[in-house]
Design a protein around this ligand. Sequence first.
Ligand SMILES: Nc1ncnc2c1ncn2[C@@H]1O[C@H](COP(=O)(O)OP(=O)(O)O)[C@@H](O)[C@H]1O
Ligand SMILES: [Mg+2]
Length: 209
Amino acid sequence: MTDNDLWNGWQVIGRGANRVCVELDDAPDQCLKFVVVDGQPAPAARWPKIAGALAAELALYQALRRRHGPDLDAHFAACLAVEPTRYGPALRCRRVQHADGRPARSLYQQFDDPRSLSRPALGEAIDRLEAFLRGQGIPLFDVNPANLLAVERPGGAIDLVVVDLKSALKSKEWVPLSRWLPFMRDRKLARRFARLRRRLDDVRAAAVP
Ligand SMILES: Nc1ncnc2c1ncn2[C@@H]1O[C@H](COP(=O)(O)OP(=O)(O)O)[C@@H](O)[C@H]1O
Ligand SMILES: [Mg+2]
């Protein structure tokens, strides 16, 4: 992604495998996410299905927010609405930014930047997200670095913020929220976070000249 990456006239914040996330001039603290096919808006025949999937993601976010309250806000970007647009249904979300308004970058994007990678605060951020999910009993097993945005907090700490719940919806694991035995859930979370830390260690080792 470049700084002047545009999608149908909107400034692009980020692109994933399925969606493009764009900036809103009239709401700088929010963003819109569109499902794309080969970079283009999805064909209208797919809009009902896409709207259903976005609504399910919104509903999962709302259920989490009801259950965990404002504690959730440090680690999950709010999903606000599903909106019809001329390019198909879009998910409106709270935009993840640093306190001074600079855009937050994903953990994946930091992998390309040896200077931000070397910060101990990044490892501590991974520890804190794991502690939060375990402490609250949230079975978010898909901790893909492209879905975790690193936000600098006043004082220098970093928080990782989850921006994509779609994969959690697809995996059947999320659905029986309450059926997970705590020790199984914690063991699985520990495995996934160990894998994420190994990945960070590997990227750090490769970045050393
Ligand atoms: N709420 C948000 N705030 C800021 N950037 C975001 C937000 N949601 C997504 N992004 C950016 O857009 C990218 C793609 O979004 P994502 O929802 O993960 O799409 P996909 O469904 O393709 O995985 C992310 O990696 C991130 O860079
Ligand atoms: Mg994603």
